[in-house]
Design a protein around this ligand. Sequence first.
Ligand SMILES: NC(=O)c1ccc[n+]([C@@H]2O[C@H](COP(=O)([O-])OP(=O)(O)OC[C@H]3O[C@@H](n4cnc5c(N)ncnc54)[C@H](O)[C@@H]3O)[C@@H](O)[C@H]2O)c1
Length: 321
Amino acid sequence: MKTELVQIEAAEIFRSLTMEACVPLMADTLKNLSAGGTFQPPRSVHVLPGGGLFGFMPAYLGPDDYFGAKVVTGFHSNQGTEYPSHMGSVLLFDSKYGALRAMAEAGAVTQIRTGAVSGAATGLLARRDASSLALIGAGAQARSHLAAMCLVRPIKRVTVWDYYPQAAEALAKEIRETRGLEASACLTVEDTAKDADIVCTVSLCKEPVLYARHVKPGAHINAVGAFTPTTREVASDLVAASKLYADSREAMLRECGEYLVPKAEGLLNDSHIRGEIGEILLGRCPGRENDSEITLFDALGLASEDVACAKYVYLKKLGRL
Ligand SMILES: NC(=O)c1ccc[n+]([C@@H]2O[C@H](COP(=O)([O-])OP(=O)(O)OC[C@H]3O[C@@H](n4cnc5c(N)ncnc54)[C@H](O)[C@@H]3O)[C@@H](O)[C@H]2O)c1
């Protein structure tokens, strides 16, 4: 039997996969992963002869469900050309016949789901009254995180830092104009983060920029920008001073520079990982326990998140949701 392959472009994904829908979808996805219902082999990233990256991230959501993979390239040499630096698709197969059902544009899925995953974590871990947000980075993920944070907490004030100060200024202006919030750009990470209830690190920085002295008691941090064993945005002293949560413990032990570097320095060991976001949702591990502790969610980005989003936009396109 011939199967019809559905192509879902970025514009449609942005219309269909709203942040309101994606935050609970990602919470469910992380819960299923922690419950053992999802099979997710390690991702592989290959460096091509010209220096470009080719990544393959597979996940199986369960029997009578869907499986698939995000297949993406990273060509930083594209800067200044008509092509974006990252391109690819999330391939969606059904588990009954193994038929390829859909291909969803990977950039849009990644952009929305990453903010939504942090939204799910922040909903569980930030203080209930958290109203000030610091964005370390002013690109696509800063915007996705802003949308997610505003959904899960009553955000009133936003501070922004970026490697390029004009990018921080532009985002602060955009936030004032589109959301009517108090928003300002800061010249240092310390000034950006010091009064914030929630700090999201969503930059391209490969070396630490956020230290323990920059963050106030009771803050919640989403560390998102770095996702390899040797890169990090959050310094060892802050990781050691925080209650640390993972999207996947297995991935954190394998790939997370924010965790692996202070571990190699002898500052902490595996018992420092409090648990996974899904484990909090399953009632297997505590979340925030008082108003003064610092909580840190480190997002590596998971294939099951991408496949769950592709499934959502596919079923919505077919009118089955
Ligand atoms: N963990 C995850 O699941 C996940 C998912 C998506 C993206 N990311 C990562 O998050 C980060 C931000 O992604 P994005 O889509 O917002 O990127 P982006 O390109 O849209 O924005 C990046 C920002 O970093 C700034 N920047 C440029 N050069 C810099 C430098 N040398 N040092 C520090 N900052 C610099 C830019 O001005 C821009 O504001 C990236 O590192 C990306 O790989 C992680």
